[in-house]
Write a protein that binds this ligand. Sequence first.
Ligand code: NDP
Length: 449
Amino acid sequence: MSPQIDEKVEPIFQEVLKRNPGEVEFHQAVREVLESLGPVLVKHPEFAERKIIERICEPERQIIFRVPWQDDGGNVHINRGFRVEFNSSLGPFKGGLRFHPSVYLGIIKFLGFEQIFKNSLTGLPIGGGKGGSDFDPKGKSDNEIMRFCQSFMTELYRHLGEHTDVPAGDIGVGGREIGYMFGQYKRITNRYEPGVLTGKGLDWGGSLVRTEATGYGATFFVDAMLKVRKESFDGKVCTVSGSGNVAIYTIEKIHQLGGKCISCSDSNGVIYHEKGLDLNLIKQLKEVERRRIEDYAKYHKDAKYIPNGKIWDIPCQVAMPSATQNEINGKDAATLVKNGCIAVGEGANMPTTPEGVKVFLEANIAYGPGKAANAGGVATSALEMQQNACRDAWTFEYTEQRLAQIMKNIHDTCYQTAEEYGTPGNYVNGANIAGFIKVAQAMVAHGLI
Ligand code: NDP
């Protein structure tokens, strides 16, 4: 059974279910936050009086639009574009764009909702939003990707601005796509406005460490959780799901901190390499040649490719899900715990189902939920915005140091808040409560808007 929602909060959740039918991922994300908020309303009756929770669950603005584009054969395709501007109490809407065939309003709203609290936890002046499209970039030529990005931006540009809404990447959107969208924004508006998108190339307004930031940040977060338990990455066997941006730089930082990653994956299968993953090969296959992870085994005869394999069945001490939502269910979580896993840090957004989260919390392992553990990406996006605003570019070392400090602060805030609210070691409560209170206080200050 999942944890209960406080009886004062339950009617709000029921209303969310009623007003947003069929959006199951959004329901899941809302429920998970609302479960933590009962004790907050006791300490802060003004939040209930001003209907802060009800208002936070309703996006400020939702934009849905048609994205027509032509493939290389001249055939016309129609996709759907989304931007959900969820909450701007702490700053301009900020959050990535996801291009994946599974995208629909419920996915974008779950991501946008999580983003509000994540961005609050960073301590930086950014509100929460998310966007994307049901476009599938897999198998598309470079020209097709460009035409799609240009069409997408032809509608989206009117909603953006460095003080309004600043998108970045997510699944299916990396440096290449950000480049095409930035180019189209510049062409339509006749303005060179680097502050309007983050994750840009280094020669045209990007920040060092942004590419690495989510993976590095998640690893710093796990490192901080391990330190609380007088442990470290040194010598630990680790598993990282996915083989995209977040997974690659999670593996890199784990290796730098002395851990050994033995497996990664994509949506077709799992690579298991007992002696430790060859990260240079993964980067070459995924970042340069855009190939499938299956090909890894062609270069390392002692590595095994398991088609449709379950990565969580492979014993590890630290697990870092870095692919997609709901990739660890209750059974997977139980398998991880049984096999000796002592820490889980979520690079992906909401990768663990509610049943899985319950298993981790009951087993009292170190469990860092995505909205805290993967906040390093958006935090470094905010650092990119700072550099853009003062037309400056920081060094790798300085930017990484800022990221490390931000992740330490997020960890400590979650840890202390969990303790203050009577649930020591529960980073889920710590992240939800600390993230919520800051946004709620700003909403109270801004009046009924
Ligand atoms: P990428 O597109 O770079 O990589 C995604 C990876 O996950 C790919 O290897 C992909 O495999 C795999 N994957 C996607 N869907 C599935 C699935 N259903 N089952 C198994 N594997 C799957 O995306 P990112 O690395 O940027 O994002 C990964 C996660 O991290 C997402 O949850 C995202 O929201 C989250 N995140 C990303 C941030 C960022 O800065 N990029 C910031 C914070 C969170 P395949 O190629 O087969 O699809």
